[in-house]
Design a protein around this ligand. Structure first.
Ligand code: 5RP
Length: 230
């Protein structure tokens, strides 16, 4: 791993530790997905093992996070209608008002289903995820049903041209839910809530990686320290 990559990993971990410090014993915790959320899951496991926390239950946003949580000793339960006390997750882009793009890791549907039920959604990231407007750096992942996916992509391309179906090698990328992902290029200027409504209203779309008005705060780590955005 290059020095730069190692430094980014250290920053992700710093942000994760800040968020985990908010978790209290007995809480039901939404466990995010991705390389930053991984540090939060590992730290929660460590705190349980060391007796700094007890009675934590995790609700995982992907099979990978559920596997990791069990590995580090966090009891994992399925999502049910009860609220979660807190959820901790990474993001691909963080706008100044804490609107987010998520889903480059492919877990956007379970993340949204889980995190919408969290009393507090805490985002953790390194400083490269900060943008002045959504879509500046990352595509917008849109989860779509496999059945008829080419027709769904055509419908999406009518107003979001230039995107591409996500691939793993020569095959379509398949989410934990058995769906495909269309990575859309966002226009330079758009109204996020309106775009979200239009995408969700497109036949074949399951959900989008736009997480609007959901995050309570973000811990963003940079070489000169961790900034808390609210
Ligand atoms: C997965 C996600 C991740 O939170 C997002 O992709 C950030 O991942 P990483 O911390 O690895 O950069 O939304 O669906």
């Amino acid at each position: 791993m290059s020095d730069q990559a190692q430094n980014l990993e250290a920053l992700k971990k710093e942000a994760a530790l800040k968020a985990v410090a908010l978790v209290q014993s007995g809480q039901r915790v939404g466990l995010g997905t991705g390389s930053t959320a991984k540090y939060a899951i590992e730290e929660l496991g460590r705190k349980l093992r060391d007796g700094e926390l007890s009675g934590i239950v995790g609700v995982a946003t992907s099979n990978a996070s559920a596997d990791l949580a069990r590995e580090v000793g966090i009891p994992v339960e399925d999502l049910d209608p009860r609220p979660l006390d807190i959820a901790i997750d990474g993001a691909d882009e963080i706008a100044p008002n804490l609107d987010l793009i998520k889903g480059l890791g492919g877990a956007l549907l379970r993340e949204k289903l889980t995190e919408v039920q969290a009393r507090r959604l805490i985002i953790i990231a390194d400083h490269t995820k900060i943008v002045s407007r959504l879509g500046e750096k990352a595509p917008l992942p849109i989860e779509i049903a496999q059945f008829g996916f080419l027709s769904t992509v055509e419908r999406l391309r009518e107003f979001l041209p230039g995107g591409r179906l996500r691939m793993t090698g020569a095959s379509n990328y398949v989410t934990d839910n058995g769906n495909f992902i269309y990575d859309a290029q966002l226009p330079a200027d758009f109204a996020p809530a309106e775009l979200e409504r239009r995408i969700k209203g497109t036949l074949g779309v399951v959900d989008t990686g736009l997480f609007l008005c959901m995050a309570e705060r973000a811990f963003v780590a940079a070489p000169d320290g961790v900034q808390e955005l609210v």
